[in-house]
Design a protein. Structure first.
Length: 254
């Protein structure tokens, strides 16, 4: 991390889903701080609350309680439009497992889309897109459509689109879930490179211990709560520690 500044702070975040005959406590008073330039991995089994947390932080879902503080300012009323869209466009970049690219647009057009929607000057868009194509290694494929790309290349396009507006926070939900080991490693190295270049903060949801070793810190989720955490230092050593902690969580889920 380049500086120990808290970018995002969540306190006692709660989310309960209710319906006829059921109640699911997806988040139970979850609290943590995210620092500038920090890569945090969220690990947990299916249904542990990982994706719910990401959706709330991205104002795609609304909590039942707790606070979200961004750069020292408590963010209120961000879960209704047009506030939610404004909050996301200024602060958040999303990377999903399924890429979510527009099939009729080229690589460069998909990457440029967030800037086009913000009515940025065409010359500035061209400059930023060219830079992003260089960083993501997609310069040769700038005119291609998504269907002409491999899964790894499509995810690089999604990363470029998420980062083109220079958001301070990146939210990534299983971004390597559909990719093989080598391609996943390439994608994670791109994310680490972007974090180091631009001091961006990343929260990445995963159930893969190998993916988690790329992070600076790992929060282990179980039953809507952070039950453990780990600070990464050496990837070979980290793997064993992560597996042991994750094994403990798996046993709790059985």
């Amino acid at each position: 991390m380049k500086e120990k500044k808290v970018v995002l702070s969540i306190k006692n975040l709660q989310k309960t889903y209710t319906g006829i005959g059921y109640e699911v406590k997806a988040l139970r008073k979850t609290s943590f701080d995210l620092y500038s330039g920090e890569f945090v991995a969220i690990m947990g089994t299916s249904g542990s609350g990982k994706s719910t947390l990401l959706n709330i932080l991205g104002a795609l879902d609304e909590p039942n309680g707790g606070t979200i503080t961004l750069n020292g300012n408590v963010k209120e009323n961000i879960f209704s439009e047009p506030n939610a869209t404004h909050y996301r466009s200024e602060n958040i970049g999303f990377i999903f497992q399924s890429y979510n690219l527009l099939k009729d647009l080229s690589v460069e057009e998909n990457i440029a889309l967030p800037l086009i929607l913000k009515n940025i000057d065409a010359n500035e868009i061209d400059e930023k897109v060219t830079q992003m194509l260089e960083i993501t290694g997609l310069k040769k494929w700038r005119k291609h459509r998504p269907v002409q790309l491999s899964g790894g290349q499509q995810q690089r396009v999604a990363i470029g689109r998420a980062l083109i507006t220079s958001p301070p926070i990146i939210l990534a939900d299983e971004p390597t879930g559909n990719l093989d080991f080598n391609t996943s490693t390439d994608i994670l190295n791109v994310l680490v490179d972007m974090k180091n270049r631009f001091n961006q903060s990343i929260i990445l949801v995963t159930h893969d211990p190998i993916v988690a070793t790329f992070a600076d810190r790992i929060f282990f989720f179980h039953d809507g709560q952070i039950v453990d955490q780990y600070k990464c230092s050496d990837r070979d050593k980290d793997m064993g520690e992560i597996l042991e902690k994750f094994k403990t969580i798996m046993e709790k889920s059985q």
